[in-house]
Design a protein around this ligand. Sequence first.
Ligand SMILES: Nc1ncnc2c1ncn2[C@@H]1O[C@H](COP(=O)(O)OP(=O)(O)O)[C@@H](O)[C@H]1O
Ligand SMILES: [Mg+2]
Length: 311
Amino acid sequence: MIEVENLTKHYGQHVALDGITFSVEHGEVVGFLGPNGAGKSTTMRILTTFLAATSGSVYIGGDCVFEQPNRVRRRIGYMPENNPLPIDLRVRDYLDFRAQLKHLSKDMATKRIDEVVDECGISDVANRYIGQLSRGYRQRVGMADALLANPELIILDEPTSGLDPNQIRSVRSLIRKLSGKHTVLISSHILSEIEMTCDRVIILHEGKLLASGEMKQLISKSNLAVVAEICAPLNDIKNWASEIALENSELIEQKNGYVRCRFSAIKNNDIREQIFTIVNERGWELRELSLQTPSLEDLFVSLTNGEEGNR
Ligand SMILES: Nc1ncnc2c1ncn2[C@@H]1O[C@H](COP(=O)(O)OP(=O)(O)O)[C@@H](O)[C@H]1O
Ligand SMILES: [Mg+2]
């Protein structure tokens, strides 16, 4: 559905995208993850034909974005970042106006507006002015617009930014409902957001693609960590950790003589036995020893640290 090859975008001297390559298959829900300034919105604007690239190629459903922008636009429903909506239109009138722009016939427009209003949970506010709506409702109006022409590909730029936890939940469940029927690309700088909604993730950092793949597989490649709570002098624990090259060990807290630490496993080995043995040998006491399942955050931190280390 999406084929991006060696995509580069310069804003003057500034390199916003530095030769990124990725593809997205039909029906996938893919998270586009990266800190602010990573290049997510830039990529999405290029994919949706609203911004020219410096070099590289982008195909959507086999159509070249640069040569056939009109065909591409018809395939895509796009909700831009901070989607500006006209505050002096009623929700239904706005959607009707958008349906006309998308060349929907009158009958089709009426049918689709009813459907998306229902799907996005905005039937209660359909006759209200957009200016009177909360941010959560406005966001759903933006999503209703993106869905209106029943596009194959839906591109949502930070759909949950600025929403409260309940609103985030409802947007998330809406996105889940889209999976299977549509190909969905969602950007976010919030890891847990992507972890909960997407099957695959593409990680961008400073205009470079750091990783791309199935979420579970990528996470399983990041290092295992073990949390231990040991009663021993902190320095003794530190010395032991450096002896066996547990460089990334981190102190979580110290309480009543107990030191709570997080050890990064070496070469992804589970080091619980090793910790148990050393504790016994040295006559320390142990009251917790647990393996932590790596999260997307661990993966992200390990990838971005590596990046800095290489410079
Ligand atoms: N119109 C622009 N002119 C100059 N620099 C820009 C422009 N838009 C974005 N940038 C810069 O390009 C980089 C990527 O921005 P953006 O794609 O918005 O990142 P993200 O959406 O991941 O936060 C940032 O460093 C940003 O400051
Ligand atoms: Mg952005």
